[in-house]
Design a protein around this ligand. Structure first.
Ligand SMILES: [Zn+2]
Length: 309
């Protein structure tokens, strides 16, 4: 993995709100860019009496945080930056409690900031169809297993999710309402390029993939079959399962409980980190630059997600 900043380096680079505002300006607009008003290539200098920069040619004002969550926030920019830093470097995610402690804000503020940053990660992780060799596996997150009289183990309060992971590539995850045939098939159709190899467990929901032009192989976990070779292709779901392991452990240890309503945001947070892990410090700037793209992108991926605004 590319190196990310240490805490010490973070505070050297962003010692105060002024340094943060300047950085937002640099990442979103550039300190030198074509002025939207006078249309000349101009340098922009910091105005002393407002959170703005002025064009050296015509004096037009640019507010770097305009249209972002940073615009009207009472939380210092440096706190936002540090929260983004924590989200980028922490493999297991950041809880509201942790943010509250680290930033010295109220729990409510910390929780809101966390949700905003998850939305930011959603919009910064642009969608593309997966291809090559893709593993698919469903998982049940949160809640607890409850024993119901006469029904054996019963899934209580759990959210059903499907994960897709390219061998050595990108991961995508989506909340689904069930694991019925039509649902699982649709997830693959919407997210994986036809012609790709798809490895799954024996769940019948994936059975029709061959008719759709995929090369499909399934391992029988119930019979302790974890991998098999078919026509020279090694089928297993080890990579997507390791993603689910990290996610489940993190949710359990960091967040205690995540309701179905917010599950997709947490999934997006973890897939973002997984997909951008090679970027290192650039991941940080990608999030800063994404401030003006909130709520956009990957929308079509959501069509069978539940209740995520
Ligand atoms: Zn100008």
């Amino acid at each position: 993995m590319t190196k990310t900043m240490t805490v010490r380096q973070f505070f050297q680079r962003f010692p105060d709100d002024e340094a943060c505002l300047r950085h937002v300006m640099e990442v979103r607009y550039g300190l030198r860019h074509t002025c939207r008003k006078c249309k000349t290539e101009a340098t922009f200098h910091r105005m002393s009496d407002r959170r703005a920069f002025a064009c050296s040619q015509c004096g037009d004002h640019v507010y770097p945080t305009a249209g972002t969550v940073l615009q009207d926030t009472r939380t210092p920019l440096q706190s936002w930056f540090y929260a983004i830093y924590l989200f980028v470097v922490t493999r297991h995610g950041v809880s509201g409690k942790e943010l509250q402690r680290q930033l010295g804000v109220t729990y409510k503020t910390a929780w809101r900031m966390g949700q905003q940053l998850r939305l930011l990660m959603t919009s910064a992780d642009e969608f593309r169809l997966l291809k090559g060799h893709v593993e698919a596996d469903e998982a049940f997150i949160g809640g607890r297993l409850r024993r119901v009289k006469g029904r054996g183990k019963h899934l209580d309060n759990k959210t059903t999710v499907v994960g897709l992971r390219e061998r050595g590539g990108l991961t995508q995850t989506v909340v689904v309402k069930d694991t019925k045939l039509g649902t699982l098939k649709r997830v693959v159709l919407e997210n994986v390029e036809p012609g790709s190899i798809v490895s799954t467990d024996e769940h019948s929901g994936y059975n029709l993939l061959v008719e759709e032009g995929y090369t499909h192989g399934a391992v029988k976990h119930s019979k302790k079959e974890w991998a098999k070779t078919e026509d020279g292709i090694r089928h297993h779901t080890n990579s997507i399962e390791s993603f689910w392991r990290l996610f489940k452990n993190s949710i359990r240890s960091t967040h205690i409980h995540v309701s179905e309503k917010y599950m997709q945001r947490y999934l997006d947070e973890f897939t973002f980190r997984s997909n951008k892990r090679q970027m290192g410090n650039a991941m940080f700037d990608l999030l800063i630059a994404s401030f003006d793209r909130r709520g956009q992108g990957r929308f079509h991926f959501r069509c069978f997600g539940v209740g995520v605004a």
